[in-house]
Design a binder for this molecule. Structure first.
Ligand code: GUN
Ligand code: ZN
Length: 435
């Protein structure tokens, strides 16, 4: 039995911070010790030299150790078309995305991109994520095989899309259903892998495909469901033309039984009152994708309105509509969007969202997202002086809140000093240039 103790300044949340002064929402140890056995946290407390015994001690002082970041929505198959120049969502999808994703019919391509994608997650301190693969089952095999190799808790699924896309990318209602069933059998619950049933969005799924999705959800209630909702005005208009019988965009997914506590809905920007109420009633999760929403000019997420109505919220990069793999960059851009909404997001609430908040939105608290006995030792070590500009500012920082805000505002992959996946160092062990 290998026992490891990580020493450093440790921060972990126990509840959603209600204000910047809400010290009851987190536990903080100025000189903390995280004891890890067999990839799991067995204790957290003040460092005590007398309690070390034969354990290996890794000293990360003066850096901050937090739970590894969780990214609730991204597309691994868009890693090579991130930063593509487009006016808005539908142009971007048609011009770049649907072209790029066709390459994933080749296993070698899927494996190579998948490996590079995971390296990038680790470089940025993200230890769990929820991804869309392409419509090709082999893209899903490559995704979960790589997660298994790295012992990472990853959620994902084959995109189902049977219209309004190039022929080579389209499945059918029947093949999408059959392929998804096989993939769930193959990957859901294998290692740390979890499956997400993934109809892309209403525009690219026929009513028959959404009906097939309903059957999949009913047959596999322990799987997640992920799709896109209310990102862009033209998308909403077109969706309503395709589903004229539904009261609104959310109503389409509601009509096909796709909403519920395991349903993750990317974007949710332009929702009416009824839609917000339906999301709250069904326990569905609205996923805020700040860098993507700014990059594609989609709109400003209204966090306070959704919270006020009791909607569960997550936060995500949305690579490749999003422009950074970094959850620090994502929190920063999220902060700016909320500033434009007159909604000030305090730094504790930000870091809560990227850790315990997202774990709760995945119903995975108790497994990831917090440093507590029994949870996986998925951790990120943050250096708030990683660049000269950060070090200059850090010299005047006096509080933990200021340090977090500095990390979020100026930080990126350079601020990720180390990452642990199930107790094993993952960033310092990346090969070659990736480290
Ligand atoms: N809506 C449907 N597909 C996508 C996608 O790949 N990215 C984004 N941002 N929105 C979508
Ligand atoms: Zn997306």
């Amino acid at each position: 039995m290998k026992r490891t103790i990580l020493r450093g300044r440790v921060l972990t949340f126990v509840s959603e911070p209600t204000s910047i002064d809400d010290t009851s929402s987190y536990r903080y140890f100025e000189d903390g010790a995280i004891e890890i056995v067999d990839g799991k946290v067995v204790s957290l407390g003040d460092y005590d030299a007398a309690a070390i015994g034969g354990a290996e001690v890794i000293d990360h002082r003066p850096h901050l150790i937090l739970p590894g970041f969780i990214d609730m929505h991204l597309h691994y198959v868009q890693s090579q078309m991130i930063a593509s120049y487009a006016g808005s969502l539908l142009e971007w999808l048609n011009t770049y995305t649907f072209v790029e994703e066709q390459k994933f019919s080749q296993q070698g391509h899927a494996s190579a991109v998948s490996a590079a994608f995971y390296d990038e997650l680790i470089r940025n301190g993200t230890t769990s994520a929820v991804a869309y693969c392409s419509s090709h089952p082999r893209s899903v095999d490559a995704y979960f095989a790589e997660a298994e190799k790295r012992n990472m808790l990853m959620v994902g699924g084959k995109v189902m899309m049977d219209r309004n896309a190039p022929e080579a990318l389209c499945d059918t209602a029947k093949s999408g259903y059959n392929d998804t069933k096989l993939l769930i059998e193959r990957w859901h619950g294998r290692g740390r892998g979890l499956y997400a049933i993934s109809p892309r969005f209403a525009i690219t799924s026929t009513p028959e495909q959404l009906e097939a999705s309903r059957a999949l959800v009913a047959e596999h209630p322990d799987c997640y469901v992920q799709t896109h909702l209310s990102e862009n005005d033209a998308e909403i208009t077109y969706s309503m033309e395709l589903y004229p019988g539904s009261p609104d965009y959310t109503g389409i997914y509601e009509d096909y039984g796709l909403l519920g506590p395991k349903t993750l809905l990317g974007h949710c920007i332009h929702l009416n009152h009824r839609e917000t109420a339906v999301l709250a009633d069904t326990g569905s999760v609205a996923v805020f994708c700040p860098t993507s929403n700014l990059f594609l000019g989609s709109g400003l997420f209204d966090r306070e309105r959704l919270l006020k109505h009791g909607v569960r919220i997550g936060i995500a990069t949305d690579i490749g509509g999003g422009t950074s793999y970094s959850m620090l960059r994502t929190l920063d851009e999220g902060y700016k969007i909320l500033q434009l909404r007159g909604q000030r997001l305090n730094p504790f609430a930000s870091f809560y969202m990227a850790t315990l908040g997202n774990a709760r939105s995945l119903s995975l608290d108790g497994t990831i997202g917090a440093i507590q006995p029994g949870n996986a030792a998925d951790l990120v070590v943050l250096n708030a002086s990683a660049t000269p500009a950060m070090a200059l500012r850090m010299a005047t920082v006096q509080t933990l809140a200021e340090e977090l805000f500095l990390l979020q505002t100026l930080g990126d992959d350079r601020s990720i000093s180390e990452v642990y996946v199930a107790g094993s160092a993952a960033k310092s062990t990346l090969g070659g240039l990736a480290a």
